[in-house]
Design a protein around this ligand. Structure first.
Ligand SMILES: [Fe+2]
Ligand SMILES: [Fe+2]
Length: 256
């Protein structure tokens, strides 16, 4: 990442820090803490994380940072969705959270290729055979990965818990279209594509309209309730970054 892009990312972080945390993150601190504990300490997930680290590249902003945040939010959503249903043993909740984390870690493993969701599911099936997951559990994780692309209709099939993991992965991945877009993903894309600040200014309004459309697509009850707040916070941050860019780079030789 060049110096200008890095400076802009720092500025974006400063802007984002002035905005309140979206309600999903303040309301569900306990499920999120459990999700983090499983992500960092569960024996199978620790080995998987260590093994995957060299393959999760951040070139387009969909590497380790992205997969970690998707994993933790997927598991948080699984926990919250199951708590609403009640009458489910804690062990079972934790096991499904583990599957959600595995799906989050692997979902963009083939991100740089066409049809990355389908290819990612196939790759996940190969990878997960080496870990202590059951055959149905692997099918569940792979189905979720296959279904995670935006603006597509998920393929149904399998028991209810397949759908739960699939919908939670989708929503957690689309939560990233909120503040994460502006503090992280955008700058990796700018860097990868060699965009100047002026190029970015030209593309910004079009990009923002795409972000707004995702709010209609959340699949879980929790995602539908709290996802739009995450996207709206991102949009507010985005507007300020756009103003900053126009103030500092439009019509200026620095913005070439
Ligand atoms: Fe993806
Ligand atoms: Fe993703």
């Amino acid at each position: 990442m060049d110096e200008v892009t890095r400076k802009l990312q720092r500025e974006a972080e400063r802007i984002a820090a002035r905005h309140p945390l979206p309600e999903f993150y303040s309301r569900f601190r306990a499920p999120a803490a459990l999700a983090r504990k499983l992500f960092f300490r569960h024996p199978t997930l620790s080995i998987l994380r260590r093994d995957l680290q060299p393959f999760l590249h951040d070139e387009l902003g969909h590497g380790l940072y992205h997969s970690t945040r998707v994993s933790i939010d997927t598991a948080t959503l699984v926990c919250v969705e199951l708590l609403y249903q009640g009458k489910i043993a804690r062990d079972r909740v934790e096991r499904l959270m583990v599957l959600g984390i595995a799906a989050g870690m692997l979902h963009d493993i083939r991100r740089n290729e066409e049809e990355h969701a389908r290819l990612g599911a196939e790759e996940a099936a190969r990878v997960l055979k080496r870990y202590s997951l059951g055959c149905r559990e692997i099918q569940c994780v792979c189905a979720a990965i296959r279904n995670h692309e935006a603006f597509t209709t998920p393929t149904a099939g399998g028991p209810e818990w397949f759908e739960l993991i699939s919908d939670c992965l989708y929503d957690a991945d689309k939560f990233r279209w909120g503040p994460d877009t502006f503090v992280h993903t955008l700058w990796h894309m700018v860097s990868q594509q060699g965009l100047s600040p002026r190029d970015l200014i030209a593309r910004f309004p079009w990009g923002m309209t795409g972000l707004a459309r995702i709010s209609e697509t959340f699949r879980t009850g929790t995602g539908r309730q709290y996802g739009p707040g995450i996207i709206d916070t991102g949009a507010e941050i985005g507007k300020e970054i756009y103003q900053y860019l126009r103030r500092h780079y439009q019509g200026d030789s620095n913005g070439q």
